[in-house]
Design a protein around this ligand. Structure first.
Ligand code: IMP
Ligand code: MG
Length: 181
């Protein structure tokens, strides 16, 4: 594929991703059975992970989507996010699972979780495929994590650099030469 020249190495193969997604789905299915949870994908990066997770989960769920960006440090610590695309669902009384591609600083998820709680969600948990735990500044942890990874820029399986590489079927480390030139 044309983009593969830009990949330093494959970090997580399609098979590894598939196996881990099945394990996450099993835990989530046990924890949420009989609650008809609302799964909110944080666009765009989570769309591939989300669609695989959703199909691996063995129960009825409501699917919805949001797109957010943070206002900056101060606004974020007060729990505010700029909503680019809002959820269509009424979250009051619902068990909500936010599905994210990767947690880095954690600022976005910190703000989004607080927003959904303020709107009256019964519970808000986070499922992140990837966790760069060493980069965390916000006081937040994911409830379900696929893989903890080192502080390297990764692409593929939904994750992008300048909107490219989202369609790679694996997670790879991007060559530094791509973003340092
Ligand atoms: P934060 O946790 O608020 O700092 O932001 C996390 C967001 O930054 C993720 O949802 C991604 O969109 C983006 N991001 C962080 N690290 C990477 C990476 O290695 N590759 C691609 N996107 C990333
Ligand atoms: Mg994202």
């Amino acid at each position: 594929m044309y983009t593969e020249n830009d990949v330093e190495r494959v970090l997580l193969s399609a098979d590894q991703l598939k196996e881990r997604v099945a394990q996450l789905a099993e835990s989530i299915t046990q924890d949420y059975k009989d609650t008809y949870p609302l799964f909110i994908a944080v666009l765009k990066g989570s769309f591939v992970f989300y669609s695989d997770l959703l199909r691996a989960v063995g129960m009825p769920v409501q699917a919805d989507f949001m797109s957010v960006s943070s206002y900056g440090e101060n606004a974020v610590s007060s729990g505010r996010v700029k909503i680019v695309k809002d959820s269509d669902a009424d979250v009051r009384g619902r068990s909500v699972l936010i599905v994210e591609d990767i947690i880095d600083s954690g600022n976005t998820l910190y703000a989004l979780k607080n927003l959904l709680l303020q709107r009256g969600a019964k519970s808000v948990k986070i499922c992140a495929l990837l966790d760069k735990a060493s980069r965390r500044t916000a006081d937040i942890a994911a409830d379900y994590v696929g893989f903890e990874i080192e502080d390297e820029f990764v692409i593929g399986y939904g994750l992008d650099y300048a909107e490219r590489y989202r369609n790679l079927p694996y997670v790879g480390i991007l060559k530094r030469s791509v973003y340092e030139k």
